[in-house]
Design a protein. Sequence first.
Length: 487
Amino acid sequence: MSRIAPAHFVIAFCAIVYCAFAFVLGSRGYVSASNMDLFGHALLANEGLTRFDGVVSTFPPLPHVLTIVIANLFPGLGVLGPTTIAAILAAFLVGAWFSQFSRKQFSLLTAFAITCLLAFNPLMLRAIFEGPGFVLLHIGLWMTALGVFGLRRGEQVTDIILVALGVAFMTFAHPFGIVMVFSLLPFLALVIPPDRLRDAPSSMFLVILFPLIFAVLSFFYVNWVFADGPMSFIGRISRESASLGPISESSFAYATDIRTWAIVLIGIAAVCPIGISMFLRTKRLAPLRFSIACLFVGLLAAAILAALYGLLPSTSLVVSLAVTISAACVAKWPAEHRVRPELKLILAGFLGGVVVAIADPTVETQRLRSAIMDRPVPKPDKEIEQLGSLLRTKTDILFDAHAAPAVIAERGTAFGVLTQTTPEFRFAALRQRTAATVIVVRNRNSVFGSDRIGRVFPDAYDKGFEGYTPIFDGKNWRVYSREVQTK
């Protein structure tokens, strides 16, 4: 009981600090593009503009459902709702870290110091302020790491359950989680007990992967029943949901960006020196060596695979996962070692996190740095901001809002929007004309092509509408307003 109260204190302390920091950054104009996307989807769902089938077939489901619920229960949080969810989830994760550390014969003060260094590592903060999806990915990785460390040493049922649930959790937490799980699976062979790997490898892998297979097949079935096909959710994953940032960031388009590769590969080692030290110090403890190798190589393989396909999130986000691996290393550091260097190694990892956060050139990390230093914070997409501001005072808007939910987030409400789920939109598509007061259409020559308005009215962006005048002309979007009839 004496350890339970401090763990509750750590959770409350971190939740308060994270939330306070999030509101300070919000007041300075920083909200991640991922959170803007999530909040826009939540506003559309809570206004009844997203059908049930659209909600249940959205990927990743965990952060989307959480954001919709919180936006409905606490509308006063506004666009900071997703950040608040992420902060509270992260606080519980940190509380789990502290609970594990306090069982490792550390004093409460040492356990608290290690926990704070991990909890307030700049890369951990970067992951929290990105949104709930990446924090959920950290939680899934924490569960998987604990199971991986215990699996080879004793093959306890709880370890198998942790790995099984952890990989399933990561898959549905964030798009990068799919890459993580796919990259990690081959290296699980390192931690499966040798006798089981020799006698019944297929059975062992089936037990570990059953929750993941069942969850994935269930999600495919839901998409098949409610959407256009079992894999239809893939086409609806936005760059913001995947933490890829603006389309202009060349570091996400090609794997030849040497600086990105260097930050990721060297950064993982810099942020997790305890993992390297643990690997070098456990020559006679093969299970521990195999476990840390599985986690390290799995993360590196995920980064390489994602980069090869242009799907690598912000480098700070990828490297932040090494913070959770560091926490697992502290929790599983061999107790028989007389020398306990965990605090020093975690301090070194904290400094490594500072260096990576400064070196990361991606736009979202630069925006967060500007907010922390109280400098002007640029919007992730200036055209989206301008469009949202313009539509704030408009109603009766014919707009494919699901193509750009961040516009709804900037607008602050989905009220007055006629999107594809409304009768007015469907009638406009059938009649090839509309009586809406305002019409928003996307440029078919943009990176993402035409939206639904552009497909219904193919020449709308270039030629406009009869009886309407343009009131906004951007690179990707144009807005037309009905002309006022004068007597």
